[in-house]
Design a protein around this ligand. Structure first.
Ligand SMILES: NC(=O)c1ccc[n+]([C@@H]2O[C@H](COP(=O)([O-])OP(=O)(O)OC[C@H]3O[C@@H](n4cnc5c(N)ncnc54)[C@H](OP(=O)(O)O)[C@@H]3O)[C@@H](O)[C@H]2O)c1
Length: 243
C-alpha cells in the first residue's frame, strides 16, 4: 500500500494522452480517480474502463473549463460523488500555434482561460474542499515557458503564469495544501511534427530523446506523496532547461 491508497484524485483532461496516463498512474497507486474531460467523452470512458480494470473506484465528469463557473461546479460534483478530494492535478490545457502577426485577443483570452484561470480557481475550490485535512495540487506546466518559440508566445506565457501561481499558492495555501508543478519537455508531440524538427529537438535535448507520458505521470505520483516538498517546478524535460 502506498501513502496514496484510497485517497481521492481529480485529474483534468484525463480523457486522452498525458492526462490519461496520469489518471492511470494514480489509479495504479490505489487512488480513487475523478476523470475530467471535455470533448473526449469516449476517451474518458476508456480511462474509466482501464481504472476499473485496475480495481479502482472512479467516475467521469464533463466540464468546459472556458466557462468561469466550471471550476467551482466541477469540484462540487467531485466532492459530492466521492465525499472529498485529496489531490487535484491540473493537466487540461490548450496549445494553439499563433503567429505574432495574426494572434487575436480571443486567442489570448481562451489560452489564459483554460491554462491559467481554470487551474487557479480549481485550486482555490479544491483547497476549500480539502479543508483542515489538507491535500495536494500538482499543475502540469511546460518546458515551453522557458524557451522561445515564435508561434507559442501566448502558450509559453500561460505556462509561465502557471508556475507563478504554483509558487504563490504554495505559500498562501500552506501548511495544509502543498502545491507543485511538473514541467514536461516533449513527451507526446502533436501530430504533424516534421521529422527534421523532431531530430533537431532531440539533438538539442541533453538526454537525446523525447520523454514519455509515464515520465510525467511518475513525477506527479512523486509530488503527490512527497510530504516536505512544496512550491517546486519539477522539470521532466531531458535536461532542456539546463541549456
Ligand atoms: N504532450 C506533451 O509533450 C506536453 C509537453 C509539455 C507539457 N504538456 C502539458 O501536459 C498537459 C497534457 O498534455 P497533452 O499533450 O496530453 O494535451 P492535449 O492532448 O492537448 O490534452 C489536453 C486536455 O485538455 C483538455 N481541454 C482542452 N480544452 C478544454 C476545455 N475547454 N475544457 C476542459 N478541458 C479542456 C482536453 O480535454 P478533452 O480532450 O476532453 O476536450 C484534453 O484532454 C497539458 O497541460 C500540456 O500543456 C504536454
Amino acid at each position: 500500500m502506498s501513502a496514496l491508497t484510497g485517497r481521492i484524485a481529480l485529474v483534468t483532461g484525463a480523457g486522452q494522452r498525458v492526462g490519461q496516463a496520469i489518471a492511470l498512474a494514480l489509479g495504479a497507486e490505489g487512488m480513487r480517480v475523478a476523470v475530467h474531460h471535455h470533448a473526449s467523452v469516449e476517451g474518458a470512458r476508456k480511462t474509466a474502463s482501464a481504472l476499473r480494470g485496475l480495481g479502482v473506484d472512479n467516475a467521469t465528469f464533463a466540464a468546459d473549463l472556458r466557462d468561469p463557473r466550471a471550476p467551482a461546479t466541477l469540484i462540487a460534483e467531485v466532492t459530492g460523488h466521492f465525499g472529498g478530494i485529496d489531490l487535484l492535478v491540473n493537466s487540461a490545457a490548450i496549445m494553439r500555434r499563433l503567429s505574432l502577426d495574426t494572434v487575436r485577443h480571443e486567442d489570448w483570452d481562451e489560452t489564459f482561460a483554460i491554462n491559467v484561470r481554470a487551474p487557479f480557481f480549481l485550486s482555490l475550490a479544491a483547497a476549500r474542499a480539502m479543508g483542515p485535512r489538507g491535500g495536494v495540487i500538482v499543475n502540469i506546466a511546460d518546458h515551453l515557458a522557458h524557451e522561445s518559440w515564435p508561434l507559442l508566445v501566448p502558450h509559453g506565457a500561460s505556462k509561465g503564469a502557471l508556475e507563478v501561481i504554483t509558487r504563490q499558492l504554495a505559500v498562501q495555501l500552506a501548511p495544509l495544501v502543498r502545491v507543485n508543478a511538473v514541467a514536461p519537455g516533449a513527451v507526446l508531440p502533436p501530430d504533424g511534427w516534421a521529422d527534421a524538427a523532431r531530430r533537431k529537438f532531440i539533438e538539442e535535448t541533453p538526454l537525446r530523446r523525447l520523454g514519455s507520458p509515464d515520465d510525467v505521470a511518475q513525477a506527479v505520483v512523486y509530488l503527490a506523496a512527497a510530504p516536505y516538498v512544496t512550491g517546486e517546478v519539477l522539470c521532466v524535460d531531458g535536461g532542456r532547461h539546463l541549456r
